[in-house]
Design a protein around this ligand. Structure first.
Ligand SMILES: C[S@@+](CC[C@H](N)C(=O)[O-])C[C@H]1O[C@@H](n2cnc3c(N)ncnc32)[C@H](O)[C@@H]1O
Length: 264
């Protein structure tokens, strides 16, 4: 396996963000089977009814799922991303869409009032947090803007199986994988629809399942459901021609949360 080399200028948050801003378009050239086939459906299951609701897509990227939620009948969809280049792509993607996009490079949701959102979702966002502190701040802000009884669903690459990759991506660690080494950057290598790797120096950061769950609990949320998201539906396996080795473990982990009512 090729030795992992993280360029010095990408070791911090700024470097990672800058690289992401430069290379976003190639990210969306990827095959992206796992998001389409199993991740987004799991988020939809976790969120429940969206019709008539105000929905926040946190870390919306180019807004593809925000626009799907709009098509599912949401009254209002707000797409937020820390990368301004993503927000530019999202705005340009569909001029007829009513999704409201906003960049949040400071990792706050200061433009949203307390208790203004019915449901929030975050697909594959928190593995991009370079520190636990940044992840905690994001959860606290999402908790603040949700209404009481509001739902927040987030999905991450399953950290226990992160080394095994998926049909459309693989992860490369610097040396032997240590599950307990947190805030550790690893290279995320996408494959295009022909299986060719798109090696653009994207980095994500490793956290344990306990950290992902405790961050939610310590931010004031109650866990209402979890799902180990896998290629376990024979129709999906057949449609996307998923090789047997990727049917034996979960690719992703979905967590459904509620902001509990404050007792008066
Ligand atoms: C892997 S992409 C996924 C994009 C989108 N959710 C999707 O599924 O197509 C992760 C996105 O999260 C954004 N992001 C990472 N950390 C964030 C944060 N703290 N606040 C807002 N956006 C963030 C990144 O800029 C990136 O666009």
């Amino acid at each position: 396996m090729k030795k992992f080399e993280q360029p010095a200028e990408q070791s911090g948050d700024e470097g990672r963000g800058a690289k992401w801003n430069e290379t976003v378009e190639s990210y969306f050239e990827a095959a992206d089977i796992t998001n389409e086939a199993i991740n987004f459906p799991a988020i939809v299951r976790g969120m429940g009814e969206v019709e008539g609701r105000t929905i926040l897509d946190y870390g919306c990227g180019n807004g593809r799922f925000a626009r799907k939620i709009e098509q599912m009948g949401a009254a209002k969809v707000i797409g937020v991303d820390k990368a301004p280049s993503m927000i530019d792509l999202a705005r340009a993607a569909d001029p007829d869409s009513r999704v409201e996009y906003q960049a949040n490079p400071d990792n706050t949701l200061s433009f949203l009032p307390d208790g203004s959102i019915d449901k929030a979702m975050a697909n594959l966002v928190f593995m991009m947090s370079p520190t636990k502190g940044e992840m905690q701040q994001a959860f606290k802000e999402i908790h603040r803007v949700l209404k009481e009884d509001g739902t927040f669903v987030y999905l991450i690459t399953h950290p226990a199986f992160i080394e095994r990759g998926a049909p459309d991506y693989r992860n490369e660690f610097d040396g032997p994988f240590n599950y307990f080494a947190e805030e550790k950057p690893y290279k995320f290598i996408l494959k295009d629809s022909k299986g060719k790797e798109i090696d653009e120096d994207f980095y994500d950061y490793h956290y344990t399942l306990a950290t992902y769950l405790n961050t939610a609990i310590q931010s004031g949320f109650s866990i209402t459901g979890v799902e180990e998201v896998a290629y376990d539906d024979p129709a999906v396996v057949k449609k996307y021609k998923i090789p047997p080795e990727f049917q034996k473990f979960p690719q992703s982990f979905m967590v459904a949360l509620k902001k509990p009512k404050v007792e008066s």
